[in-house]
Design a protein around this ligand. Structure first.
Ligand code: COI
Length: 355
């Protein structure tokens, strides 16, 4: 399908922030992408419009029962001035995987990709250029039936907004302190854990707030059944370097199949680093720390890319990682991924798509 996208440009462009002022997700560009869905008609009227509020009735289904999905990916401006999206096809795939779990009708992958390239092209001047900055692309689908019965909606809105961003954590690449939580869980087998849906993030807030009040940056989630196995760190996937091996939990339904997780695993394997996707008990992490074999811990995610963990606190015990410093593989992965994103290194896996 090669449906035409209507473009209505703003008559009142906004001032753009300087790269040095950028935080995460506070500033939005001049335009947004919209597309509607109606049962029996399918997805229709793909269009770019000036960025602005949505007009929705208070009865709108998504406000009550959270039938929604979102994605997050980035566009980078390279030193060569070119604008590249990082692994957009993977994000399209995940949109439809999440849609299936949330009873949201599937989207045409080609049209979703075009919604991103078209919108980024319209707001091209908003893509910042300093290393560490990017244009964050936030697609979402929401259920918009004005109806209070609990059932899948018959109408939906797909929208995409853009936000020029800097570092996700104010700490930047400084190792963060993480609290291991065993009083709350993020996901259980058969639940929503592997879906990119707002409900998972709502479920995480209380634990993260409690951790923050105790001086931690984020939480480390354990599995929802045994509360023993490491699952995710904050909103990111987690990797640990124990001895000579890098270990990360397997994708068995409770953790998000991260695009940066996949990129990191691909690079590690290409570098000949032994990698295992297997369950990791928190006791194994404690014992490795005691034995001196816990060498590095990092999170992977689109927003922060690679985020070093300097300390884990579990039931009052402090597990310090690499004396709180950034590890060698953590740094190497960050540098390698960022180099591909900004086009300063070759892209052998064809992860980038130029706009
Ligand atoms: C990420 O990109 O790492 C995230 O999942 C964070 C996002 C929800 C802001």
């Amino acid at each position: 399908m090669n449906e035409a996208i209507r473009i209505t440009r703003t008559t009142a462009p906004k001032p753009r922030p300087r790269d040095s002022e950028l935080g995460f997700g506070t500033v939005f560009t001049d335009h947004m992408f919209l597309m509607d869905y109606q049962e029996g008609k399918g997805w229709y009227d793909p269009r770019v419009e000036p960025y602005g509020p949505l007009h929705l009735e208070p009865a709108t289904a998504v406000f009550h029962y959270a039938q929604a999905l979102f994605e997050g990916l980035k566009a980078f401006r390279g030193h060569d001035g070119r604008v590249r999206l990082f692994r957009p096809h993977k994000h399209v795939e995940r949109i439809n995987a999440t849609a299936r779990r949330l009873c949201i009708p599937p989207l045409d992958p080609e049209l979703v990709l075009r919604s991103w390239t078209t919108l980024v092209d319209v707001d091209r001047d908003w893509v910042p250029s300093s290393v560490g900055t990017a244009l964050y692309i936030r697609p979402a689908v929401i259920a918009v039936d004005p109806y209070l019965g609990v059932r899948p909606s018959k109408t939906y809105l797909y929208f995409v907004i853009l936000s020029p961003v800097g570092a996700y954590y104010p700490e930047g690449m400084n190792p963060v302190r993480i609290k291991v939580v065993d009083t709350y869980v993020r996901a259980v087998p058969g639940g929503l854990g592997e879906a990119k849906t707002g409900a998972n993030y709502a479920a995480s807030l209380l634990a993260a707030e409690e951790a923050r009040r105790e001086g931690f940056t984020q939480v480390l989630w354990l599995d929802g059944v045994h509360r023993r196995y490491v699952e995710e760190v904050g909103t990111m996937n987690i990797m640990l370097r124990i001895g000579d091996e890098v270990v990360t939990p397997p994708l068995t339904g409770t953790i998000l199949p991260g695009v940066t997780r996949d990129a990191a695993l691909t690079l590690l394997r290409a570098w000949g680093v032994p990698v295992a996707e297997r369950p990791i008990a928190i006791d194994e992490v404690r014992e490795a720390a005691r034995a001196g074999t816990l060498r590095e811990v990092w999170g992977t995610g689109t927003a922060a890319v690679i985020s070093p963990v300097g300390e884990l606190a579990y039931r009052g015990e402090r597990i310090v990682v690499n004396e709180g410093r950034i590890g060698e593989l953590t740094r190497r992965l960050y540098d390698a991924i960022v180099a591909i994103q900004y086009g300063t290194a070759p892209d052998p896996y064809r992860w980038t798509v130029e706009v």
